[in-house]
Write a protein that binds this ligand. Sequence first.
Ligand code: C5P
Length: 204
Amino acid sequence: MTVVAIDGPAGVGKSSVARAVARELGFTYLDSGSMYRSVALAAAERGLSPAEVAPLIRVQPGDRVLLDGRDVTTAIRDPAVSEGASRAAADPAVRAAMAAEQRRLLAHGDWVAEGRDIGTVVAPDADLKVFLTADPEERARRRARELGVDPTTVLAEQAIRDERDRSREHSPLRPADGAVVIDTTDVTLPDVVRRVVELLRDRR
Ligand code: C5P
């Protein structure tokens, strides 16, 4: 049973790195951000508060995100959902429900889990904890390319969400004790993936 925790701010490449590391190692990938996004989507659709819908969320791990059996992989990438997820993530009741569900999943099998608080809160005993960083402009460029939108708008929205993630009272974004910090600004994706895989091999 092995857990690799990959945390860091929006647009740093966590999902690409975590997916590729999971594929390389034959581990299961857990995108914890998709769970906060699903909470925001479900709350908006049902006219309920994020805390009310949080305990109902069951996300099937893997590349597609299912919410009550419905494939919401595309719907949760909508900018309105991003904003809603960021707000919902500041609610301690939502965080507690998400962390409980994530711990339940991580208790069995081998995982690469990515998010903001995997190494600090969800899995502090993970076999390897990685914190990815990159310059804000570079992160905005990566997100903009992925979404096919204007980098300037992404940069402005990203700054608001970064600040909210870092300054929230509950589980603020920060490197976990013992985390290896990797600055990915000028490093290619395959090189980051190689480094993470090597770090894990060194520890086992
Ligand atoms: O990573 P992603 O952008 O999909 O995450 C959506 C939102 O969920 C983020 O803005 C962040 O506030 C929140 N989040 C969190 N803790 C996690 C994962 C995501 O607070 N472990």
